[in-house]
Write a protein that binds this ligand. Structure first.
Ligand SMILES: Nc1ncnc2c1ncn2[C@@H]1O[C@H](COP(=O)(O)OP(=O)(O)O)[C@@H](O)[C@H]1O
Ligand SMILES: [Mg+2]
Length: 264
C-alpha cells in the first residue's frame, strides 16, 4: 500500500508490503519523517491508503462500517500521556472506555482494577491524574488502552518523554503483555528498547529498507547511519567484545545475554 498526504508531492509511505502476525512484537524503526507514525495510523484506520489495501485484524480499513471493529481491536498509545488522559482521577480514566461500551458497573469496576494491576497502578486508583509522574501517566494511558481489551497495541514513541525508570516500567509491561499473547507494534528510535521484540521493520523515506529478526538487525549495524539509527552504547560494547572473541557473534546486545556469556 501507499499513502500520500493531501497536497503532498511525494508519498509518506511508498509501496509498503507488510504483514504482522498475531502475537508478534514488531519494532518499527527509522529516522524522523520515515513514515512510522503514518504507518501506525494506517493500521487502525485513522488514515486510509491512497493506493493499495490495508487489512487490520482481517477487516479492510477503507470501509467505514469496519472502523469500530478495527479500533476496538487495535489500541494506540502515543508519545504524550497528557493528551491521552481524559478523566481527573485514575480509575475514572480507565473506566472511560468500558463505560462507553455500556458494560454493567460491577463489570467495569472489575476490568478497571484488572487493567490497573497490569500496569502496576492499582494503589493509585483514587489518585488525581495530575499528581502522577510522567511514567505513571503513560502507564495509565496503557491501562486505558487495555480496558478496551484489544488484540494489538500500537505504541508510537510511547517512551520518548519518559525518564529511564519510566521507560523501564513501560518495557516491563510490554514484555508481560507479549507473554500473554498481545500483538505489539512498537515505534521507537531507541534501539536498546527493542531487544525483546520478535522482529524489526526499518522504514527509510517511506519504504521498507529492511525486515527481519532482532539479531539480524544488529548484524547490519553498518547500515544504521544510512537508516538514521543511532547505535546504543551497549551495542558498541558488544561489538568490541565480539571483536575480541569474548562474545559469540550470535549474542544479542542485552545485559542479560551478555552476562550469560561473560559470567556463565
Ligand atoms: N499531517 C501531515 N500532512 C502532511 N504531511 C505529513 C503529515 N504528517 C506527516 N507528514 C509527512 O509524512 C512523512 C512521514 O511522517 P511520519 O509518518 O510522521 O514519520 P515518522 O513518524 O517516522 O517521523 C514526513 O515527510 C512528514 O513530513
Ligand atoms: Mg512519528
Amino acid at each position: 500500500m501507499s499513502f500520500t498526504y493531501p497536497g503532498a508531492t511525494t508519498p509518506a509511505l511508498h509501496e509498503v508490503d507488510l504483514s504482522i502476525r498475531k502475537g508478534e512484537w514488531v519494532a518499527l524503526i527509522g529516522a524522523n519523517g520515515s513514515g512510522k507514525s503514518t504507518l501506525a495510523k494506517l493500521l487502525n484506520a485513522l488514515l486510509i491508503p491512497t493506493r493499495g489495501d490495508c487489512f487490520s485484524c482481517g477487516f479492510r480499513t477503507d470501509r467505514e462500517e469496519n472502523y469500530w471493529a478495527i479500533r476496538s481491536r487495535i489500541a494506540m498509545v502515543f508519545q504524550n500521556p497528557d493528551n491521552q488522559i481524559v478523566a481527573s482521577v485514575v480509575e475514572e480514566d480507565v473506566a472511560f472506555g468500558p463505560e462507553n461500551l455500556g458494560l454493567p458497573a460491577a463489570r467495569i469496576q472489575e476490568r478497571v482494577l484488572e487493567c490497573l494491576c497490569q500496569v502496576g497502578l492499582e494503589d493509585k486508583r483514587r489518585t488525581p491524574t495530575y499528581a502522577l509522574s510522567g511514567g505513571q501517566k503513560q502507564r495509565l494511558a496503557i491501562a486505558g488502552a487495555l480496558a478496551m481489551q484489544p488484540n494489538c497495541l500500537v505504541l508510537d514513541e510511547a517512551t520518548a518523554m519518559l525518564d529511564p525508570q519510566g521507560r523501564a516500567d513501560v518495557l516491563d509491561i510490554l514484555r508481560k503483555l507479549h507473554g500473554q499473547g498481545m500483538t505489539l507494534v512498537q515505534i521507537t528510535h531507541r534501539l536498546d528498547e527493542i531487544l525483546d521484540a520478535t522482529s524489526a521493520v526499518v522504514l527509510e523515506k517511506g519504504r521498507i529498507a529492511w525486515e527481519g529478526d532482532i539479531a539480524g538487525l544488529f548484524s547490519r549495524k553498518e547500515r544504521f547511519p544510512e537508516w538514521g539509527l543511532e547505535t546504543p552504547g551497549l551495542v558498541r560494547l558488544s561489538r568490541r567484545l565480539k571483536e575480541r572473541r569474548l562474545l559469540p557473534e550470535s549474542c544479542l546486545p542485552s545485559v542479560k545475554e551478555m552476562l550469560e556469556h561473560l559470567c556463565p
